[in-house]
Design a protein around this ligand. Structure first.
Ligand SMILES: *Cc1c(COP(=O)(O)O)cnc(C)c1O
Length: 377
């Protein structure tokens, strides 16, 4: 239909991104030393109300590093939602731990605190709530349960940059949080990641493990086995420019969200992402839930029709407990995650990016309305 294809995501690099990247290149500081790294770490910590930020090469590595720093070991169990990007669970496996899946709350789409206790065993060490599609998890309830059972909590805030929970910003809601700056995330460096935290001991462990295990006081002396998980000055240059414009970037995305909400709220069979009263979600990917009976078509049928219209969409994550690396272990534990399964089958992310115009949003909403079969009999 539309001659031009509408992608599901597109990075806005229209500020000082190019200038700072060129500056990094001209200065020849292109590896993991350079002024943009310190500046990014300072700026991001400030935005997230954390004492410090540690930049790393991507969000998956940020999760891996968090689990290494918390000394998670083979045989340990970590509670995670099944409705998330696979990196959340893969990171557990990297340290030999087992991700144990907990169902999500239909009111937040995030891990359901009321279902956490039933999943705790003597091997459970921690919980990784994921702020899914920008909506913060119910962190007070989660942190309370963690305290009762002696568990750590790591926020996976990859999809929820600067979201707020009861007025507090993501990245400061647990002792440790991880972020991704992949190309489709709200702020991006192409590939990139970070941890935010406030405990100095933990910071020392994380910085040591990130840089090959080198003793910060003694160059080329390595007291532990570490990793090369560093961010480059070029990545950090791009992020500094993104963070300079954080308000404008968020405002544009919020405009897209509001336009979709207005146009889709009354379409029979199309549900919108719920919002808890205490949540100020980050506008990541606008999400709808297709009720096949009321809409007259399944989520997959709608996605196919929109693709034919030149509109790219993204189905919700395939639940991790259904995927080959995890499904047998999940079955053996008898996991039953009905809310996760329902959302995964019905959910669809719509194009969300800063240069998406009102006309494009009108077109997308019109096509969604036009493809409905419910009302027309
Ligand atoms: C994007 C994402 C990650 C991983 O990020 P990468 O930077 O791509 O490694 C982790 N968790 C969630 C929930 C994500 O959406």
């Amino acid at each position: 239909m539309t001659a031009r294809k509408i992608p599901v995501a597109s990075a806005d690099l229209s500020g000082n991104e190019e200038k700072y990247v060129v500056d990094a290149i001209r200065s020849s500081w292109v590896s993991s030393t350079g002024p943009y790294i310190a500046r990014f770490e300072r700026d991001f910590a400030k935005l997230c109300a954390a004492r410090t930020t540690v930049g790393v090469c991507n969000g998956t590595v940020a999760l891996h590093l968090a689990l290494l720093a918390l000394d998670v070991r083979p045989g340990d169990e970590v509670l995670v939602p099944s409705l998330t990007f696979i990196a959340t669970a893969n990171a557990c496996r990297y340290v030999g731990a087992e991700p144990v899946f907990v169902d999500v709350d239909p009111q937040t789409w995030c891990i359901d605190p009321t279902k956490i206790e039933a999943a705790v065993t003597p091997r459970t060490r921690g919980i990784i709530p994921v702020h899914l599609y920008g909506h913060p998890a119910d962190m007070d309830a989660i942190c309370h349960l963690a305290g009762v059972h002696g568990l750590w909590v790591v926020e996976d805030a990859a999809e929820a940059h600067l979201a707020r929970y009861k007025g507090r910003v993501t990245g400061s809601l647990a002792p440790l949080a991880t972020f991704s700056f992949y190309g489709n995330k709200i702020f991006t460096s192409g590939e990139g990641g970070a941890l935010t935290l406030s405990d100095p001991q933990l910071e020392l462990r994380i910085r040591t493990l990130r840089g090959q295990g080198m003793d910060p006081q003694r160059r080329y002396y390595f007291p532990v086995t570490g990793y090369n998980f560093r961010m480059t000055n070029v990545q950090a240059a791009m992020l500094c420019a993104q963070l300079e414009r954080h308000e404008a970037i968020l405002a544009q995305r919020k405009r897209v969200f509001a336009a979709y909400q207005e146009r889709l709220a009354a379409v029979a069979g199309i549900g919108l992402q719920p919002r808890a009263p205490w949540a100020e979600p980050a506008p990541w990917l606008f999400s709808i839930v297709v009720d096949a009976k009321a809409y007259g078509r399944s989520r997959d049928e709608l996605a196919t029709l929109l693709a034919e219209d030149g509109i790219e969409t993204r189905p919700f994550f395939v639940p991790l407990h259904r995927l080959p690396p995890f499904r047998e272990a999940s079955r053996a534990r008898g996991e039953d995650l009905p809310e996760t399964d329902t959302l995964a089958e019905r959910g669809l992310n719509l194009p969300t990016y800063n240069t998406l115009g009102q006309g494009d949003i009108d077109t997308i909403a019109d096509r969604i309305r036009a493809h409905a079969r419910g009302q027309h009999g």
